[in-house]
Design a protein around this ligand. Structure first.
Ligand code: NAD
Ligand code: UDP
Length: 319
């Protein structure tokens, strides 16, 4: 039985990855310090014989007894309000945390896949973004703590690949959504749906002409699964190229939820990227992967998930 360590296991993507690898017959070791994650995302796995969980901060030395075939490194705050609230931890998990896991991969001779992001392209000057674009990041801007941690993460991963022959994989994840996103994590999909459910106006930042391209979580997990099985060490974009302005997206949410509320405009956060769309030619060519779930279908499932939450969760404020 193959053994896999998944960091960030109690988070949105990490928990879906735990489910996928359990269903593929792997022994899954989840690790998380719960700083932005929640045990309820993996509660259903605790009784599973092929799952175990370590409550651990990966910026501290990471030890796992026994053999380890694979590591998926997904621990990191991912939503702008999270990484702006905990900037130093964000820098540390991307740098020290990644270093610890690469060290573990080297000792255990594991293949390691690290979660990078479209944020390595910053506010991109090339559109759509191909993997060979170097990006446009403000190192000292508020988002720099996340973007530069992820850029460093890619560099140290390639260095371990080149100098220590560690088998590495790098996925550049574009905005992904689905059940188990945190309702109050500030990302646009939970923000808009939460506002609609609470009967509040939808807050558009800036003029709403900035674009994003939203990928449903099952498609993302499939891309990551295929990349891990591949022999390809350079970064691969995984995302859905279906691009939409935030303004049009707000209209879609209004139609989906039937809310009677209107949109209100707030200032655009500093360095908020104006456009984002993955070029997925590489993923198509190397992994034979492309997204299958369109936004209408994915948003319907996501909306049903948020609707099923209790009113306490809906009204819970985050501090
Ligand atoms: P999330 O916040 O739901 O999950 C991250 C998990 O990592 C949380 O459970 C958190 O508690 C854990 N964590 C953070 N610091 C830790 C530490 N020091 N030690 C142990 N655990 C720690 O976020 P997510 O959306 O699931 O993102 C997961 C990964 O995917 C992140 O690395 C993120 O950068 C990357 N990513 C996500 C998206 C997206 O659209 N969701 C886009 C690009 C990249
Ligand atoms: N956004 C918005 N209203 C909100 C939350 C976000 O208009 O209540 C915008 C945000 O400024 C950005 C886009 O939606 O342009 C996506 O934001 P998110 O935080 O989801 O992801 P990221 O900026 O990291 O792509």
């Amino acid at each position: 039985m193959k053994r896999i360590l998944i960091t960030g296991a109690a988070g949105f993507l990490g928990s879906h990855l735990c489910d996928r690898f359990i269903s593929e017959g792997y022994y899954v070791i989840g690790m998380d310090n719960l700083i932005t994650g929640d045990l309820k995302n993996i509660q259903h796995l605790f009784s599973h014989k092929d799952f175990e969980f370590y409550h651990h901060d990966i910026t501290k030395f990471v030890h796992i007894p026994g053999p380890l075939d694979y590591i998926l490194h997904f621990a990191s705050p991912a939503s702008p309000i999270d990484y702006l609230k905990i900037p130093i931890q964000t820098l540390k998990v991307g740098s020290l945390g990644t270093h610890n896991l690469l060290g573990l991969a080297r000792v255990k001779k594991s293949r390691i896949l690290i979660a990078s992001t479209s944020e390595v392209y910053g506010d991109p000057l090339v559109h759509p973004q191909t993997e060979d674009y170097y990006g446009n990041v403000n190192t000292i801007g508020p988002r720099g703590v996340y973007d530069e941690a992820k850029r460093f993460q890619e560099s140290i991963t390639m260095a371990y690949h080149t100098f220590h022959n560690v088998e590495t994989r790098i996925v550049r994840i574009f905005n992904t959504y689905g059940p188990r996103m945190r309702l109050n994590d500030g990302r646009v999909i939970p923000a808009f749906i939460g506002q609609a459910l609470r009967g509040e106006d939808l807050t558009i930042f800036g003029d709403g002409m900035q674009t994003r391209s939203f990928c449903y979580v099952d498609d993302q997990v499939e891309g990551i699964f295929r990349l891990l099985q591949s022999d390809y060490a350079l970064p691969v974009n995984i995302g859905n190229p279906d691009e939409i302005t935030i303004k049009d997206f707000a209209e879609e949410i209004i139609r989906l939820t039937g809310t009677k509320q209107k949109v209100v405009y707030h200032p655009l956060p500093v360095n908020d990227p104006l456009q984002r769309q993955p070029d997925i030619s590489r993923a198509k060519a190397i992994l034979g992967w492309e997204p299958k779930v369109d936004r209408a279908a994915g948003m319907k499932i996501t909306y049903d998930y948020f609707k099923s939450l209790s009113s306490e969760e809906l009204l819970k404020e985050e501090h």
